[in-house]
Ligand binder design. Structure first.
Ligand SMILES: Nc1ncnc2c1ncn2[C@@H]1O[C@H](COP(=O)(O)OP(=O)(O)OP(=O)(O)O)[C@@H](O)[C@H]1O
Length: 600
């Protein structure tokens, strides 16, 4: 049985790990959820009785899956019976690929399109609706157990949108393609039409862990419950998350109530909690407590508990002086407070505010490097074969990255095997060695990758044009990257094409981070600087649950900080001479909170 040394876990964490019944684990920010999940997975792996069983862990992002998997490996546990990934990967790997023939819509094969490809189709279909101002951005679709729903709240557009979405589905059907929402929808259809699939899967999985349940969609709860409920409660689960940090309401994510979950699962859940915050100072924990929307216990216990935090609020700075104000705060934190630039994060509610801010800061602070948004030359399209190869090509062969790159190599070889490429001589180690041995003198990132791909596949004697899946993925990878780069260049990011910028995507945190609130979910920094904290952005102007969602966003933003927190509501954004002469007002919850902020 997997065991740990005394002091590595607190009592709450230990109880959650050793509990033999199914658990709903409510974890406050910074409570060591990742550590607890890592040990829980290792513990469950060590309890496995049959070589046919798998421990399943569903994470919100592929990055989280990578991080948890590596941490389990570092604990020295054999992970060959661990499957970890997002719900989309889970549905593809365990339901759609093995059982697609049970569904008329998929029985002749299918290909998953990425968001860029979906955008291209929608852009064309929206053309005739230009005068109604309907664009791709209105075409959000949410899969629910009983069908697809539009996410656009503007009722006047809905009739046209229904037509567009119908046409979109027809285009996909004709080309035997499916998108991300359809992955979930069809997976669920297979489970309800073929209960035997649920039975088979439930017998394979003695334990299923669901992370970030507060951002889980209704159909995802149904998919997991259908499987778990098929084993008369013998398959156990831990469902973990924090209802206070549920910020994906607009995408259909919500923390399902315990009794509803139990109804779906057909068995009861023991409610447990992680209440000790190891991240922030007492001052910061007390500050963000105001924004909670669900009652919870939280007690600061970490090494920064007594840190003399500085919390500031500025609602008088003008938009013109905003960059200078942020420069001042960065210098204050680095020079006066001794905080490393890597530990500073600048956050705003929307991407649009961040791209220009990153550029201005890069000019004013050339001595620091910035990890800004909108600089990524290709999307993290984790299901694309060439994206998987790129991860290996664009990362350095360092001891620190070895385990990760070896796993990526294994994934690449597995994908090749799936499409019918036979490489009996090549192991993950030899594939990695081969990638490490190739040297190219090319500065343009896309050309570099093209040349690299050609070289590797020449050495392996693989003609990709004879493998339709590889070719489709190749075209999709390059066309979506090209259009992304063109857009970024038009916006003024001239460095975006350079190979060094491509390499940055997979680098560990390096420099000051600039991100949205949604983007910093799960992360932690010594100092957090938030700006554009204004009505219409927090909450979003068309959010029907705006009041509560605004609190949740402020909760997530403030709870990322270990030491210092700076909140800015600049004046002069979206000025309207009659009804908004000073621009948008600060987010109402910030004004409501009568906190005694520090003065700098
Ligand atoms: N038992 C423990 N003793 C001391 N430190 C701990 C313990 N467990 C976790 N930590 C530390 O607490 C910090 C926060 O942990 P983690 O990032 O896992 O939080 P989290 O619960 O996922 O937070 P959030 O939900 O806000 O993203 C980490 O630096 C971690 O090393």
């Amino acid at each position: 049985m997997f065991a740990w040394e005394k002091g590595q876990l607190n009592l709450e964490q230990e109880l959650a790990i050793t509990e033999t019944e199914s658990v709903l684990l409510i974890a406050c920010p910074g409570s060591g959820k990742t550590r607890t999940l890592t040990y829980k997975i290792a513990y469950e792996l060590s309890k496995i009785k049959s070589s046919k069983n798998y421990i399943i862990a569903i994470t919100y992002t592929n990055n989280a899956a990578d991080e948890i998997k590596e941490r389990v490996e570092l604990l020295g546990v054999d992970t060959s019976q661990l499957w970890i990934g997002t719900i989309h990967s889970f549905c593809l790997e365990w339901i759609l690929r093995p059982y697609h023939q049970h569904l008329d819509e998929l029985k002749n094969g299918f290909r998953v399109i990425n968001s860029h490809e979906a955008e291209v189709i929608f852009n064309e279909l929206c053309e005739p609706y230009k005068n109604q101002k309907i664009t791709y951005w209105d075409c959000g679709i949410l899969a629910k157990p009983d069908g697809y729903y539009l996410t656009c709240l503007d009722k006047s557009k809905q009739q046209s949108l229904n037509k567009i979405v119908n046409n979109y589905f027809n285009v996909l059907k004709l080309s035997r393609q499916i998108d991300f929402e359809q992955i979930l929808f069809y997976a669920y259809q297979i489970l309800i039409k073929q209960p035997i699939v649920c039975t088979i899967l439930s017998k394979l999985f003695p334990f299923v862990l669901i992370d970030e349940y507060q951002d889980t969609k209704e159909i995802q709860y149904h998919i997991i419950s259908k499987i778990l409920s098929a084993n008369d409660g013998k398959s156990k689960t831990v469902i973990v998350g924090d209802p206070n940090q549920s910020i994906y309401d607009s995408l259909g994510g919500y923390p399902m109530k315990k009794n509803e979950l139990e109804m779906l699962l057909g068995f009861s859940l023991k409610e447990m909690g992680l209440t000790k915050n190891y991240r922030s100072s007492e001052k910061i924990t007390n500050y963000f407590d105001f924004y909670k929307t669900h009652p919870n216990m939280i007690s600061p216990e970490g090494i920064y508990r007594g840190y003399p935090s500085v919390i500031t609020f500025n609602n008088s700075i003008s938009r013109e002086k905003l960059t200078d104000e942020i420069v001042k705060l960065i210098k204050y934190n680095v020079v006066d407070k001794g905080i490393s630039p890597n530990e500073i994060c600048i956050v705003a509610p929307q991407w649009v505010h961040l791209a220009s801010m990153t550029r201005s800061l890069m000019i004013k602070l050339p001595q620091y490097s910035f990890n800004g948004p909108g600089m990524t030359p290709f999307s993290r399209d984790i299901d694309n074969f060439w994206f998987k190869v790129s991860r290996i090509i664009l990362t350095e062969p360092s001891p620190f990255m070895y385990i990760r790159r070896l796993r990526w190599s294994r994934e690449v070889l597995y994908e090749l095997e799936l499409v019918g490429v036979n490489l009996p001589e090549i192991t993950n180690k030899t594939f990695l060695k081969l990638c490490n041995s190739i040297e190219l003198d090319e500065e343009d990132g896309l050309k570099y990758l093209e040349l690299f791909f050609t070289k590797i596949f020449k050495v392996l004697s693989i003609d990709i044009s004879t493998y339709p899946t590889l070719l489709e993925h190749y075209n999709s990878f390059f066309s979506s990257s090209r259009s992304r780069i063109d857009r970024l260049k038009k916006e003024g990011n001239s460095f975006v094409e350079h190979i060094d910028n491509f390499r940055k995507i997979f680098k560990q945190r390096d420099g000051i981070t600039v991100s949205t609130i949604h983007g910093v979910k799960g992360e932690e920094y010594d100092t957090v600087i938030g700006f554009a904290l204004l009505e219409n952005y927090i909450p979003h102007f068309n959010d029907p649950n705006g009041k509560i969602n605004s609190k949740k966003l402020l909760y997530v933003l403030s709870s990322r900080a270990r030491k210092n927190l700076h909140l800015i509501c600049e004046t002069g954004r979206n000025v309207h001479s009659y009804y908004r002469p000073y621009g948008l007002s600060p987010t109402p919850h910030l004004l409501e909170y009568k906190y005694e902020y520090d003065k700098l």
